[in-house]
Design a protein around this ligand. Sequence first.
Ligand code: AMP
Length: 289
Amino acid sequence: MPRLLSTRAELRDALAEARRPLGLVPTMGWLHEGHRALMRRARTDNATSVVTIFVNPRQFTEAADYTRYPRDEERDLGICAEEGVDLVFAPPVEEVYPVGFDTKIAVGSVAGPLEGAARPGHFEGVATVVAILFNLVGAERAYFGQKDAQQVLVIRRMAVDLAIATEVIACPTVREPDGLALSSRNVHLTPEQRAAAPVLHRALTAARDRWRAGERSAEALRATMRQLLATEPLAGVEYVSVADAATLAELEQVNGPALLSLAVRFGSTRLIDNEPLGDPGGGGPSQPA
Ligand code: AMP
C-alpha cells in the first residue's frame, strides 16, 4: 500500500526519506484510467511517485459542481496501490488553505479564452493550488493530462514565470472504446446522455480528418464540429474552437500547430475535449530539463 499522508508535516517527513527523482500526479480523486496512465508514467520516469488527491474548492465556479463532485478515498487508495504509487497526499481543505490564506495566482493571456472565459476564476484556483502542491512536494516532474490542454499551458506558464523547477509533462488523453474521454464527471451522465456523449470525439475527429485532407480554414473546421454536434439533440454546445496551440488565440487559417477544442453540456454535466493538430505536446513556453 502507498503511504497515506494528510498533513503538510507528514508529507515533509515522508519526502525527506524519498529517493529522487520524484514524480508528482495532482488529481481531484475518483480515479480512472486517465489518472492511472499518469501514475504509470510517473513511476516509469522517477524513483518515487506521489499522487495528490484534493478536490480544490477554489477552482470550482459552480457551488453545486463542487458539492456533487464524486469522492471515494478508499477506492482511490486501492487504485494507487494497484499502480504501485509510493505516497498519497490527501489533505483536508484547511491543510492546503490554512486560516488567513489570502493569495491568488493569476496567469495572463493563455488563461483568458475557452475554459477561462466560460469559468471565470477557474484557472486562478488551479494555478494557486498547483503552485502550493509544487512547493510542498518539490518534484522533479509533474504529470498532467492533455485532456485539459489549456490547464497544461496555464501551469507550464506559471512554473516558468515563477521559477518553479518542476518540469510539466503532458500525457495523452485516455478514452473509452467509443471515444468518450475519461472524466470523473462522466459518472453524472444518465444512460441516454452517456450514449450521446461520444459525439464530442466524433466532432473532433471529423474536423481533424478534414484538416488532414488539407482544409486550412479554421471556420470550416469549426463548422464541421458544429454540424456533428447538431446531430445530437442532448448536446448543448458551449463553445467550439480552433486556436493556436501555444497562445489559444482563435485562428482564421491553420498554418501551424493548433488545438481543436469544445465544451458541451449534457443536462447539468459539462464535458470538455480537444484534439491537437500538428504538434502533439501542445505549445507553450519551454522549460529547462
Ligand atoms: P482531475 O482529477 O480531473 O483534476 O484530473 C487530474 C489529472 O488527470 C489532470 O492532469 C487531468 O488532465 C488528467 N486527466 C483527467 N482525465 C484524463 C484522461 N481521460 N486522460 C488523461 N489524463 C486525464
